[in-house]
Write a protein that binds this ligand. Structure first.
Ligand code: ATP
Ligand code: MG
Length: 644
């Protein structure tokens, strides 16, 4: 029994108990939504600890998102008691790698103050490289994005620049081949130059984090010895793993093979980002003596919800030949379908319905609105706000999009890593830097001698004294010096406020609302670098899913979660399934799994809505629109498919 007095194996069914009491050797838990995969992971950790097979810090539980890692930690604290639960190491892939690299990256010449680049940083960096190396027009974002997607796909594949064939070859995955064609020669040149600029700027992107951590583990015995302290490795949601992540897991488990993975191929929704569900399917074949456990009973949803969940992935069943229709806990309400003449009406109706159920005593935190994209949540969000209902949104980037916030965060980044060229580019127009000046700074960064503020200072000194040029460089270097010295402010919020003052000049004016939120969010962080990392890898401004608010989320971000009631607005053909997904057979299958993930988040209540005349073909399959309509919708679908 654990310190909290809870029996780790209490109330589990036979298969769950077998999985939770498994001790040594590889284990694969393969089962559908809501069958208790994550529960079993938590119970197994509790069992290992309470039976003294392992100390809590000898167990590493990896998830795909920070949110999932946080939830895992909470469940462990409940199970094991606060103190013991805290000691188990839970992390997501990217944070785990970032931490390893910060502490040991110097062994492979990665400076500890490296910045983490997001997609928009990469795009601006690549645009500069494209121009200076005549790769394509810096305005040609379609080509630039195609290049970035392909570089990232190679990295997820575990291939580095020197391993990739230098001539055109049968591409990686179907999706990538369909992208606007970029010749292999252009691709490799762009990759090489972008890498050089990133290295000079001490910057890594998400893909680099995993690739470099893997490289570090391969090369450095000291780091291998450190991670060997994790004697039990567990990974949730393995269906969304990419080849490079899989290699990382293999490196972590080397020597003991105590690796337990759980997943459900019906919920594989990241193939567009190089996840490979086959990796999970092949797991037993690639690990000696791997035990495979299947869980059959769903504990989350009513039979009506599951029927819909099953039906939407039926075409996949025929493909993989597996029979795994889920059976639910009990009978419940029939799922509801409504159709509206406008998005606004749809949103208003949803808000009214939610308001009524909250009025009737339903907990707001048990209600979720799930959409294909964040944009698809906007109308409902507004309607709920108008109805006076509070919401919380996963991956709400609105605050981060605010100009003052962007500027402050870029300033913070530059103060932590003075070579962060992408951060400088974000600040360039606020700093009043001209195109020529940006070019000179870029040269200095690439030359690798000076940091960015040092380069500005040197260029100021080199300019003809008293000239207009000297005056410009002086202004620039003074501002840059002021920004980087905010590092010594003592607290992260104070540094953010100071950066805002540097740009606005006035000290008295109130901070913009968005920036105030950012300061609040920064409060718990002692070091700016940790705050920036938390933002880069987990942009939702809250550990507050625990708060009792209606949850707004994309379907992707709702993976693994459950809610009493789930609303799925925007079930229109071209939205879910998305027009893009309809364009390829692969995309069509993945889209079904996405719908399956959304439906299976619901415990008892499921509400589907669409716009009249634009109804999703899925609705006909689920039996909500009559079959005469079905053909019309199908035809519309085909038209869309042809258009893409
Ligand atoms: P997903 O595929 O969506 O990630 P999952 O397989 O990880 O789902 P869990 O989230 O672990 O499933 O469990 C789903 C729900 O079922 C949870 O509310 C959990 O508490 C409950 N549950 C799991 N096992 C049992 C059990 N043996 N008895 C009662 N409830 C259970
Ligand atoms: Mg789960």
């Amino acid at each position: 029994r654990s310190a909290s007095g809870k029996d780790p194996l209490a109330n589990l069914n036979d298969e769950q108990r077998a999985a939770a009491s498994h001790v040594e050797g590889p284990l694969l838990i393969r089962a559908g939504a809501g069958t208790g995969k994550t529960t079993v992971m938590v119970r197994r950790i509790a069992n290992l600890v309470s039976q003294q097979f392992a100390e809590p810090e000898e167990i590493l539980a990896l998830t795909f998102t920070k949110k999932a890692a946080r939830e895992m930690k909470e469940r462990l604290e409940q199970q094991l008691g606060r103190e013991t639960g805290k000691r188990v190491v839970t992390s997501n892939f990217h944070s785990f790698c970032a931490d390893l690299l910060r502490r040991h990256g110097s062994a492979i010449r990665i400076p500890e103050d490296f910045s983490i680049l997001d997609d928009s940083d990469l795009l601006t960096m690549l645009a500069r490289v494209a121009q200076s190396h005549a790769i394509c027009s810096p305005q040609d974002t379609t080509t630039l994005r195609a290049i970035l997607t392909r570089i990232s796909a190679y990295k997820e594949e575990g291939l580095s620049l020197d391993m990739v064939p230098s001539t055109d070859h049968a591409g990686l995955s179907a999706q990538l081949r369909a992208d606007p064609p970029v010749s292999q020669d252009v691709l490799l040149r762009a990759w090489r130059e972008l890498d050089a600029l990133k290295r000079a700027a001490s910057s890594l992107d998400f893909g680099d984090l995993i690739v470099q951590a893997t490289r570090l583990l391969r090369r450095n015995p000291r780091v291998r010895a450190e991670v060997a302290n994790y004697r039990f490795i567990m990974v949730d949601e393995y269906q969304d793993t990419s080849p490079v992540q899989d290699s990382l897991v293999r490196l972590l488990a080397r020597g003991h093979d105590n690796v337990a993975i759980v997943g459900d191929t019906d919920q594989s929704i990241y193939e567009w980002r190089s996840a490979r569900p086959e990796i999970m399917q092949n797991f037993p074949a690639t690990w000696t003596n791997c035990r495979v456990i299947t869980l059959g009973k769903n504990y989350r949803s009513t039979q009506q919800v599951l029927d819909l969940g099953n039906r939407i992935v039926e075409p996949l069943r025929r493909q993989d030949g597996l029979e795994k229709s889920l059976t639910g806990v009990s009978l419940g309400h029939a799922p509801v379908f409504r159709c509206f003449s406008s998005k606004i009406e749809e949103a208003r109706w949803i808000a009214q319905r939610i308001a009524a159920s909250v009025e009737a005593g339903q907990k707001p935190g048990g209600i979720a609105v799930l959409a294909r994209t964040a944009a698809g949540l906007l109308d409902v969000k507004q309607a709920l706000a108008r109805a006076g209902l509070k919401t919380v949104q996963a991956t709400d980037r609105a605050i981060l999009e605010d100009p003052a916030t962007k500027r402050a965060l870029a300033g913070l980044r530059l103060s932590e890593n003075r070579r962060d060229f992408a951060a400088f580019l974000r600040l360039a127009s606020d700093l009043g830097a001209s195109a020529a000046e940006i070019g000179r700074i870029e040269q200095a960064v690439v030359a690798g001698r000076d940091t960015i503020p040092e380069a500005a200072t040197r260029l100021f000194r080199a300019a003809r004294p008293m000239s207009a040029e000297a005056a410009r460089w002086e202004a620039l270097h003074l501002r840059l010096d002021a920004i980087v010295s905010t590092r010594d402010m003592g607290s992260v919020p104070e540094a953010i406020r100071e950066i805002e003052r540097i740009f606005r000049g006035d000290t008295e004016a109130d901070l913009p609302a968005a920036l105030r939120r950012v300061c609040e969010a920064a409060e718990p962080f002692a070091r700016a670098i940790d705050f920036l990392e938390a933002l880069a890898l987990d942009a939702d401004f809250r550990a507050s899913f625990t708060e009792d608010r209606i949850v707004l989320s994309t379907i992707h971000a709702a993976k693994g979660l459950e809610f009493e009631a789930v609303y799925m607005p925007g079930l229109n053909e071209g939205v879910l399934p998305s027009a893009r997904a309809l364009a390829t057979p692969h995309g069509r299958m993945e889209e079904r799994r996405l719908a399956h993930v959304a439906i299976t988040r619901a415990k008892s209540e499921l509400v589907l809505t669409a716009e009249k005349g634009a109804e999703s073909s899925y609705l006909a399959e689920l039996g909500f629109v009559e079959s005469a309509k079905k053909t019309v919708v199908k035809r519309a679908g085909r038209r869309l498919r042809r258009a893409f």
